[in-house]
Design a binder for this molecule. Structure first.
Ligand SMILES: Cc1cc2nc3c(=O)[nH]c(=O)nc-3n(C[C@H](O)[C@H](O)[C@H](O)COP(=O)(O)OP(=O)(O)OC[C@H]3O[C@@H](n4cnc5c(N)ncnc54)[C@H](O)[C@@H]3O)c2cc1C
Ligand code: FES
Ligand code: FES
Length: 1261
C-alpha cells in the first residue's frame, strides 16, 4: 500500500464511493486476469476523471493489469461489480450480454461488459460500428463465442438497429410476413432471445462522479505527490517546472504516461526502476492547439484518440517531418531520420522530456501517407510499416523532396535517405518506381537470420508498400490536374485502400419447437446459459477468485531453457534467501511416481524440452515466488540429438508409438489404371488453446490421512485424481478434485491439469500448506503446448473426369516429448481422414513423432481439423489437374448412399448430402462465384475466392468404456434437487442442457426450485444428460403413485409424502456408453457411435500486394438432430468455426531452431478479434435423426476460409500466368498469401541460400 510523503493515503474512488484504505479495495474478483500485458481485455475497468479546464468528466476503458495504482490518484474506477450485481440490480448491459447468449465460459464477459458499459456512458445511443470498435479496439478477446452474439447484445442499444438489419430496414427480413425466405425455410425460427424482455437503459441511474474528486481536481494549490512503496517511489509533479526539476534530479527515472510500453517491460523483461515520474494530468502537457499551418499536440494527450477524432482531411494531409519540442530550455527536434534512427546526437538527453509534438499541414503538391501491414488488421504490431512523403515542384510531377521511413525492418526506424536523394528531380513515373524499388532494397537490407523472421516477406513489403505509395500519389496528382497527369489504371484502384471494418451481421436459423409442445417443456428452446448472469456480473467464481486460505503459498515454475540436456546441477541457495520464499521443490521431493505413464512431473537428471518443469518455488506472494524462480541456477550439458521438427524426427526414426493404419481395396493395383497421379505434401502448423483462464490449481492438503483436495479447471478430473495419487503415493480415495467451471478449455485441460495437479500436490505435500498455482499466460503457453502440427504426404490416382480411384496418405504429427494424447490423436486422424469422400482404394497411415518440444495434447477436433486439410488439399489439387471446379470434384467423390467407411462401419450420408445441397443453394454459391470472377477480372491487386467444404465428423471414442457416464440425483425435503455428476462445464452449457432435458425438467419447477448442480470426481465423459434423465425417470416412477393420489398437490407436498412413506429420494443414473470398438490389427471396427455432418461456404477478398485478407461471408449448414438448446448449439458451431478460422489463417506459433517457443502472449500470437469475423454470417441447424454433439465438429468448417483464400490466390496466379498447382499450407498467414501471389515485387527481392544461415524461426510441422 502506498503512502504519500505527507502520510496521506492514495485517494481513489471505487464504484462511486471514496476508498482510502486497502480493505475496501480487496475481494473485487469480477475483473479477470488473463494475459497481464494489456493484450486481452479481460481486466477492463472504467476509469473516470474530471478535467478542471473543460469541466467535463471523461470516462475511458482501461486494462487494469497495466494501470499503476498510483496513477489513479484522484480518479474514479468502476469495475464490473460497480455496474450491477445479482444481489442489487443487474445492469442492462449485463442482462443483454447474458440473454443474447454472449457468454460461454464467461471469463471474458466482465471485460466485455466494461467495454460496452464505458461506451454507453459516453454514447448512450451508439452507432453499430462504435460497438464493433469498442470491442475490437479495446482488444476484448473471446475464444469461445465467435463474437457475433456479443456484438449483437451491444447492438441492441443502438437506436437504428435491431440485431438483424440486413436490409437496413431495422427489421429482420425473416420476421416479415411477405419475406421471400419465410416460405422457403418453413418452420424455421430465427429469434434466439426476446428483446421485449430487456430492461431499458436509463443513463440517469448511473452512479455520479464523486464530488470530492471534482474538488480535488479544482484545487488550485496542487502539490507534488510522492508515494513510497516497498521497492519503488512514485512521484507525480505539480507543474511542468516541477517535472523538469525531478527529471534533473532523477535522470534515469522513466516518465509514466500510458504505461503500455513500460509496464510490459517491467513485468516480462525484468526491467527495474527505483523511481517513476508520472506527469499524467499536467495541463502543460494536455492540450491541442490548431493554427493555420499545423497542429500542436501536448505530449500527455492521447494521440490515438486525437487522431481518430480528427479522422480525415487534416490527418491525411499531415506532414511527414513534424517537429517536436523538448524541454529544459525549450528546443525543437526535427522528427527526421537521425532522430527516428536514434542517433545519439539527435536523441533526448536523460534530463529532457518531450512537451509537445507539432504536425504541420501539408501544402499543395505535397503528399504524405502512412502505410502498414500486420498479422491482424486491428491491434497487432506492424510486420512492416512506413511513413512516406513527396513534395513536387509546383504544378509538376518532378520530385523536389522525398522521404521514406520504414519500421520493423531493423532495431530502429530506418530512413531510405540515399534512395530519396537519388530520386530528386525525377518524374513520378514507372521508371522512377522501378529504380526506387531496386535502390531501396539495396539500402535497406534485412539479414536472412533477422529477429522476427519473415525476412523475404518483409523485403517484399518494403517495395509493395512503396508501390502502394506510388499509386496513391499518382492518384493525388491526377486529382490535382487530370489533364496533365493520367489516373492509375482502373484495375489497380483496389490496391489503394485497406479493407474497411464493417459491423458484422447475419441470421441464425433453427427448427422451431412443435407448437403443440407444452409451454413448460423447455426442450428445444434457446434457454440462456445457466451461469450467464453470473458471468456478466463477475459473480461466477473461477479458481483464482476463491478467497485466500490461511497459510496459503503461491507457486511459480522453474522451467528448462534447453530442449535436450543433462542437468548437471541445480543451485537454489540464492532463491531460498529471498524474502517470503518458503521452499524450492524438485524431483527429489516427489514421494511417489515422478514419471507416471510416461508423463514427468519434475525433470530429473535430464530435460527433454524447453519449458519442462524442473522445479517450483513456493512463497508467500506470487511476486516473491516469481522473483525467486528467476534466481535458481541450473547447469546443463546438451545432449544429441535435439529433435524439433517432424523432418528431424523422421531422420532419426523417433516415434512415440507404432503406426496406425487402415486400408481398403487394392491401392497399388488401382494406381496402374488411373489417368493421372499426383503427389504432394501439406504442412499444418500447431495451435495454442488460448483459453482465457490460464491453468489454475488450488491444492489443499488435509491434516488427516494424507488427504488432499484440489480445486481446478479441468476436463478430466479423474485423470487429475489418478496422477496426484500416483505422485503422492496414496490411494486415489484420498484425493478429491473439485471443478465448478473453467474459463475455456478446448482440449487443453484434458491431460495437462493432471501433470500440473501432481506438481502442485507435491509442493503442498512438502510444505504442508495450501498451494495456489496460477500459470501466467506466457508460462501456460510454453508449458502446456497445444494442437499437434502435422505433415501430410499424399499420392492420389484419378481419372480425367475427377473421379478419384486411389489414395495413399501418410500423416505424421509432432507429438512432443511425452505420450500425452498423441496416440489417440493419430487414431482419430487415421479413422476420420476420408472425411466425406468415398475412395475405393484407400490407404491411410499415421504416426506420432517424438521430438524435444513440449508435449502436444488434445485440442478441439482431436486431429480432424489438421488431417482433413490434407484431404481438401488433394481434392483441390485433383480439380486443378482436371480443370474442374473443386466443388464439382468434391461432389463427384462424395459418399452418396448408405455405405461403409474405410474401416468398414456402416453409415448413412443422407444428412451430409442435404447440408451440402442446402449450403450450395442457400449461399447462392454459383451466382456469387460468377460475381467473384467478374470482380477478379476488374481488379489486379485484390482477388475474391469462394470455397465450400463438406464434413463428416465421427463423434465419440472407439474404446467403449470411455463412453460411460453416471449421475446421482437427490431430492431434498424442500423440493430442491441436487444433481451430482462428472460432466465438466467449460462454457458449452452442459448444466443448462441438463436441466432442459425433459425428465429432469419434469421436476419442472426449475423456476421455483433451484436445481443445484454439483460435480463429483467420478470418471465420466459424455452422455451426461442421458444418465441424468435416467435417474430422474427412476425418481419420477417412485413418486408417481403419490402424484396420482393427489394430482393437484404441490411438488413439496409430494416430496414430503414420499419421505413419510420412506420412498428413497435419491437415485443413480448410469449409461453404459456406446458399444464402440476398433480392431487395429484388421483395421476394422464400429469405431464411432454416430456422425455429425455439415457444410460451410466462405468468401474472402485477398490483398495480393500485402497478403491481408477479409472474410466477406460464411454460410454454415450443420446437422443438429433436434437441438435441445439451439442457442447453445449455434454458439458452439459459431465459436468453433471462428476458432478454426483463426487456426487456418492468422494463428501462428513461432519456434526457434533450438526449440524455444517465441509466441507466448496475445501480442505474438493472434487469435481472431471481433474485426476478423465474417461480415455476413449465416448459420442454420439442419434437423436429422442423429444424436448430437457439435462442439468439436465446427472447427474444421473454418477451413472453408483457408480454401477460399486458396481460390483467390489461384485467381491471382492464373492472371499472372503462374503454375496452376501450388502449395498453400496452413495457416494461410499474410506472409504465405503474399509470397504465393508471385509478381514483379516478389521477383525483385534478394533471396538467400538456406545453407548459409540459421533462420530466426522454423516450421515444426
Ligand atoms: C497490448 C498492447 C498493444 C500495443 N500495440 C501497439 C501497436 O499496435 N503499435 C505500436 O506502435 N505500439 C503498440 N503498443 C506499444 C505502446 O502502446 C506504445 O509504445 C505507446 O505509444 C506507449 O505509450 P505510453 O504512454 O503507454 O508509454 P509509457 O509506457 O508510459 O512510456 C514509454 C517510454 O516513453 C518515455 N516517455 C513517456 N513520455 C515521455 C515524455 N513526455 N518525454 C520523454 N519521454 C517520455 C518513458 O520514459 C518510457 O520510457 C502496444 C502496447 C500494448 C501493451
Ligand atoms: S489485458 Fe489485462 S489481463 Fe489481459
Ligand atoms: S466466453 Fe468469451 S472467452 Fe469464454
Amino acid at each position: 500500500w502506498y503512502k504519500t510523503q505527507e502520510n496521506m493515503l492514495l485517494v481513489i474512488s471505487m464504484q462511486g464511493g471514496k476508498c482510502r484504505n486497502q480493505s475496501s479495495l480487496v475481494r473485487l474478483t469480477g475483473t479477470k486476469y488473463s494475459c497481464g500485458g494489456g493484450g486481452c481485455g479481460a481486466c477492463t475497468v472504467m476509469v473516470s476523471r474530471y478535467n478542471s479546464t473543460t469541466k467535463a468528466i471523461h470516462h475511458y476503458p482501461a486494462t487494469a493489469c497495466l494501470v499503476p495504482i498510483c496513477s489513479l490518484y484522484g480518479a474514479a474506477v468502476t469495475t464490473v461489480e460497480g455496474v450491477g450485481s445479482i444481489k442489487t440490480r443487474i445492469h442492462p448491459v449485463q442482462e443483454r450480454l447474458a440473454k443474447c447468449h454472449g457468454t460461454q465460459c464467461g471469463f471474458c464477459s466482465p471485460g466485455m461488459v466494461m467495454s460496452i458499459y464505458t461506451l454507453l456512458r459516453n454514447h448512450p445511443e451508439p452507432a453499430p460500428e462504435q460497438i464493433t470498435k469498442a470491442l475490437g479496439v479495446e482488444r476484448n478477446l473471446c475464444h469461445c463465442t465467435g463474437y457475433r452474439p456479443i456484438v449483437e447484445s451491444g447492438k441492441t442499444f443502438c437506436v437504428e438497429s435491431t440485431v438483424c438489419e440486413l436490409k437496413g430496414s431495422g427489421k429482420c427480413c425473416m420476421d416479415q410476413e411477405d419475406g421471400s425466405l419465410v416460405n422457403r425455410w418453413e418452420k424455421m425460427c430465427t429469434k434466439l432471445y426476446d428483446e421485449d424482455e430487456f430492461q431499458p437503459l436509463d443513463p440517469s441511474q448511473e452512479p455520479i462522479f464523486p464530488p470530492e474528486l471534482i474538488r480535488m481536481a479544482e484545487d488550485p494549490n496542487k502539490r507534488r505527490l510522492t508515494f513510497q512503496g516497498e521497492r519503488t517511489t512514485w512521484i507525480t509533479p505539480a507543474t511542468l517546472n516541477d517535472l523538469l526539476e525531478l527529471k534533473a534530479n532523477f535522470p534515469k527515472a522513466p516518465l509514466v504516461m500510458g504505461n503500455t510500453e513500460l509496464g510490459p517491460s517491467i513485468k516480462f523483461k525484468n526491467e527495474f526502476h527505483p523511481v517513476f515520474i508520472s506527469p499524467l494530468g499536467l495541463p502543460e502537457l494536455h492540450f491541442v492547439n490548431t493554427t493555420d499551418d499545423g497542429v500542436t499536440i501536448g505530449a500527455g494527450y492521447t494521440l490515438l484518440k486525437h487522431l481518430r477524432t480528427l479522422a480525415g482531411a487534416q490527418i491525411r494531409n499531415m506532414a511527414p517531418a513534424p517537429s517536436f519540442h523538448h524541454t529544459s530550455h525549450l528546443s525543437l527536434i526535427p522528427l527526421n531520420g537521425p532522430f527516428l534512427e536514434r542517433s545519439p546526437e539527435a536523441d533526448l538527453k536523460s534530463e529532457e522530456i518531450v512537451s509537445s509534438v507539432y504536425i504541420p499541414y501539408s501544402t499543395q503538391w505535397h503528399f504524405v501517407f502512412g502505410l502498414r501491414m500486420a498479422q491482424r488488421q486491428e491491434n497487432a504490431f506492424a510486420i512492416v510499416n512506413a511513413g512516406m512523403s513527396v513534395k513536387f515542384e509546383d504544378g509538376t510531377n518532378t520530385i523536389k523532396k522525398l522521404q521514406m521511413f520504414y519500421g520493423s525492418v531493423g532495431p530502429t526506424t530506418v530512413s531510405a535517405s540515399q534512395t530519396c536523394k537519388q530520386l530528386i528531380g525525377r518524374q513520378w513515373d514507372d521508371q522512377m518506381l522501378s529504380d526506387a524499388c531496386r535502390w531501396v532494397l539495396d539500402e535497406i537490407y534485412i539479414p536472412p537470420a533477422a529477429e522476427g523472421g519473415m525476412v523475404e516477406y518483409r523485403r517484399t513489403l518494403i517495395i509493395s508498400l512503396l508501390f502502394k505509395f506510388y499509386l496513391k500519389v499518382r492518384r493525388g496528382l491526377n486529382q490535382m490536374d487530370p489533364q496533365k497527369f493520367p489516373d492509375i489504371p482502373e484495375k489497380f484502384m483496389s490496391a489503394l485502400e485497406d479493407f474497411p471494418i464493417e459491423t458484422p451481421q447475419g441470421i441464425q436459423m433453427f427448427q422451431c419447437v412443435d407448437p403443440h409442445q407444452p409451454p413448460q417443456d423447455p426442450v428445444g428452446h434457446p434457454v440462456m446459459h445457466q451461469s450467464a448472469i453470473k458471468h456478466t456480473t463477475g459473480e461466477a467464481v473461477y479458481i483464482d477468485d476463491m478467497p485466500c486460505i490461511d497459510q496459503e503459498l503461491f507457486l511459480a515454475p522453474i522451467t528448462s531453457t534447453r530442449a535436450h540436456a543433462k542437468i548437471i546441477s541445480i543451485d537454489i541457495s540464492e532463491a531460498l534467501a529471498l524474502p517470503g520464499v518458503v521452499d524450492v521443490i524438485t524431483a527429489e521431493d516427489v514421494p511417489g511416481d515422478n514419471n507416471y505413464q510416461g508423463e514427468i512431473f519434475y525433470a530429473q537428471n535430464e530435460v527433454i524440452c524447453v519449458g519442462q518443469i524442473v522445479g517450483t518455488v513456493a512463497a508467500d506472494t506470487y511476486a516473491h515466488a516469481r522473483e525467486a524462480a528467476k534466481k535458481v541456477k541450473i547447469a546443463y550439458e546438451d545432449i544429441e540429438p535435439r529433435i524439433i521438427t517432424i523432418e528431424q524426427a523422421l531422420k532419426h526414426n523417433s516415434f512415440l508409438f507404432d503406426e496406425k493404419k487402415i486400408e481398403q481395396g487394392n491401392v497399388e493395383q488401382a494406381f496402374k489404371y488411373v489417368d493421372q497421379i499426383i503427389e504432394g505434401e501439406v504442412h499444418v502448423e500447431g495451435q495454442e488453446h488460448f483459453y482465457m483462464e490460464t491453468s489454475s490449481i488450488l491444492a489443499l492438503p488435509k491434516e488427516e490421512d494424507k488427504e488432499m483436495v484440489l480445486h481446478l479447471g479441468t476436463q478430466y478430473p479423474t485423470r487429475v485424481q489418478e496422477y496426484v495419487a500416483a505422485a503422492l503415493n496414496v490411494p486415489r480415495n484420498r484425493i478429491a478434485c473439485r471443478m465448478k467451471r473453467t474459463g475455456g478449455a478446448f482440449g487443453g485441460k484434458v491431460a495437462k491439469p493432471a501433470v500440473l495437479g501432481a506438481v502442485s500436490a507435491v509442493a503442498a505435500n512438502k510444505t504442508g500448506r495450501p498451494i495456489r498455482f496460477i500459470l501466467e499466460r506466457g508460462d501456460d503457453m510454453l508449458i502446456t503446448a497445444g494442437r499437434h502440427p502435422l505433415l501430410g504426404k499424399y499420392k492420389i490416382g484419378f481419372m480425367n473426369n475427377g473421379v478419384i480411384k486411389a489414395a495413399d496418405v501418410e500423416y505424421y504429427v509432432n507429438g512432443g516429448c511425452t505420450p500425452d494424447e498423441s496416440e489417440m490423436v493419430v487414431e482419430f486422424i487415421v479413422l476420420k481422414s476420408e472425411n466425406a469422400y468415398y475412395i475405393p482404394n484407400f490407404r491411410c497411415r499415421g504416426r506420432a513423432c517424438k521430438t524435444n518440444l513440449p508435449s502436444n495434447t488434445a485440442f478441439r477436433g482431436f486431429g480432424f481439423p489438421q488431417g482433413t486439410v490434407v484431404v481438401e488439399a488433394y481434392i483441390t489439387a485433383v480439380a486443378s489437374q482436371c480443370n474442374l471446379p473443386p466443388e464439382e470434384v468434391k461432389e463427384i467423390n462424395m459418399y452418396k448412399r448408405i455405405s461403409k467407411t474405410a474401416f468398414k462401419q456402416t453409415f448413412n450420408p443422407e444428412p451430409l448430402r442435404r447440408c451440402w445441397k442446402e449450403c450450395l443453394e442457400k449461399s447462392s454459391f454459383y451466382t456469387r462465384k460468377l460475381a467473384a470472377e467478374e470482380f477478379n477480372k476488374k481488379n489486379y491487386w485484390k482477388k475474391r475466392g469462394l470455397a465450400i467444404v463438406p464434413m463428416k465428423f465421427c463423434i465419440g471414442i472407439p474404446t467403449a468404456y470411455y463412453n460411460q457416464a453416471a449421475t446421482l440425483v437427490h431430492i431434498y425435503l424442500d423440493g430442491s434437487v441436487l444433481v451430482t455428476h462428472g460432466g465438466c462445464e467449460l462454457g458449452q452449457g452442459l448444466y443448462t442442457k441438463m436441466i432442459q432435458v425433459r425428465s429432469v425438467s419434469v421436476f419442472s419447477n426449475i423456476e421455483e426450485y433451484a436445481c443445484y448442480i454439483q460435480l463429483n470426481n467420478f470418471f465420466l465423459r459424455n452422455a451426461i444428460t442421458l444418465n441424468a434423465q435416467n435417474a430422474c425417470q427412476t425418481l419420477m416412477a417412485r413418486l408417481h403413485p403419490i402424484i396420482r393420489k393427489n394430482p393437484k398437490g404441490k411438488w413439496e407436498d409430494w416430496i414430503a409424502k414420499a419421505f413419510e412413506k420412506s420412498i428413497s429420494l435419491s437415485a443413480t443414473g448410469y449409461f453404459k456408453g456406446y458399444q464402440t470398438n476398433m480392431d487395429w490389427e484388421k483395421g476394422e471396427g464400429n469405431a464411432y457411435p454416430y456422425y455429425v455432418y455439415g457444410a460451410a461456404c466462405s468468401e474472402v477478398e485477398v490483398n495480393c500486394l500485402t497478403g491481408a485478407h477479409k472474410l466477406l461471408r460464411t454460410d454454415i449448414f450443420m446437422d443438429a438432430a433436434f437441438s435441445i438448446n439451439p442457442a447453445l448449439d449455434i454458439g458452439q458451431v459459431e465459436g468453433a468455426f471462428i476458432q478454426g478460422m483463426g487456426f487456418y489463417t492468422i494463428e501462428e506459433l513461432k519456434y526457434s531452431p533450438e526449440g524455444v517457443l517465441y509466441s507466448r502472449s496475445p501480442d505474438d500470437y493472434k487469435i481472431p478479434t471481433v474485426t476478423e469475423i465474417p461480415e455476413e454470417f449465416y448459420v442454420t441447424l439442419v434437423r436429422s435423426q442423429n444424436p448430437i454433439g457439435l462442439g468439436e465438429a465446427g472447427m474444421f468448417l473454418g477451413s472453408s476460409v483457408l480454401f477460399a483464400i486458396y481460390d483467390a490466390v489461384a485467381a491471382a496466379r492464373r492472371e499472372r500466368g503462374l503454375a496452376k498447382t501450388f502449395v498453400l499450407s496452413s495457416p494461410a498467414t499474410p506472409e504465405m498469401i503474399r509470397m504465393t501471389c508471385v509478381d514483379q515485387f516478389t521477383d525483385m527481392i534478394p533471396r538467400d541460400d538456406p545453407s548459409t544461415f540459421t533462420p530466426w524461426s522454423i516450421r515444426v510441422s
